[in-house]
Design a protein around this ligand. Structure first.
Ligand code: GLP
Length: 254
């Protein structure tokens, strides 16, 4: 085991791996690589945000070195902004293409895009669920953690059995996400997200959490009450969940 790495199983069955910040990306990339070794055409759900960036860089490095085969992997999206269509700079689809899918050679034929066109969105959300089913469900869903405990765009109050749907975003989220692009584009006030129920339906889940600003919410997620006030706490209800945290994010865990 690498020095400074702590691996524990919490009483709810969640596996927690705490690593130095410099190893965060590689620890997260290990989840993807382990899944693809077992099932080369696995369906993997990918998040956006600043958290997974080191993982994407590590996956691309492994692919360049020839130690990771992404040629059969199928990808699905966790969330996006309502109205972020075409080449809108705020689109999570474009973000993922730029940071990972294009350099990794994952084409649109292997990517299920979250619907974002406001016209007919409710039907499109239902179709997204059906398409997930047709793919055979999600083998590994990777998640970041919002400052208010959201997963995807499931903000506090989210129902445990919710499916893909449109959500109004909280001020905490729009303020946090304003940092992703220049201020000339206003942060949209609604998102489209896999529901909590959709996420919990994945056969395995990896929650990625880094940085001191997430320490408080990671503690509530893992040790506070399970309920809609902290949607990520619902992860404690399902079987195969791995949390990868850097030491700063894990600082408030006993
Ligand atoms: C955003 C996204 C989530 C993301 C989370 C954390 O609002 N909707 O998918 O995982 O918040 O973002 P970050 O990693 O930048 O802290």
């Amino acid at each position: 085991m690498t020095s400074g790495v702590i691996t524990r199983t919490l009483d709810t069955g969640i596996h927690l791996r705490v690593v130095p910040a410099s190893e965060f990306g590689s620890a997260a990339a290990d989840l993807v690589q382990t899944m693809l070794r077992r099932k080369p055409n696995a369906v993997i759900g990918f998040p956006t945000g600043s958290t997974p960036l080191p993982m994407y860089q590590d996956l691309l490095r492994r692919q360049r070195q020839g130690t990771l085969d992404l040629t059969q992997m199928r990808a699905v999206m966790l969330d996006d902004y309502l109205g972020a269509t075409g080449d809108d700079p705020v689109s999570f689809h474009n973000w993922l293409k730029r940071e990972f899918f294009d350099p990794a050679g994952v084409g649109s034929d292997r990517l299920l895009r979250m619907p974002t066109d406001p016209e007919g969105i409710e039907e499109a959300c239902q179709q997204y669920e059906e398409r997930l089913q047709r793919l055979g469900g999600v083998d590994l869903q990777l998640l970041g953690l919002g400052l208010n405990g959201h997963i995807g765009f499931n903000e506090p109050g989210a129902a445990v059995d919710s499916r893909t749907h449109v959500v109004p975003l909280t001020a905490t989220t729009t303020v946090a996400n304003a940092a992703y692009w220049d201020s000339s584009r206003k942060v949209p006030e609604e998102g489209v997200t896999m529901g909590v129920g959709t996420i919990l339906g994945a056969r395995a889940i990896g929650l990625l959490v880094n940085g001191a600003r997430k320490a408080d919410i990671l503690r509530s997620t893992l040790l506070g009450p399970i309920g809609p006030d902290v949607p990520a706490s619902f992860l404690r209800n399902v079987a195969d969940v791995q949390v990868i945290a850097d030491q700063e994010a894990a600082a408030l865990l006993p």
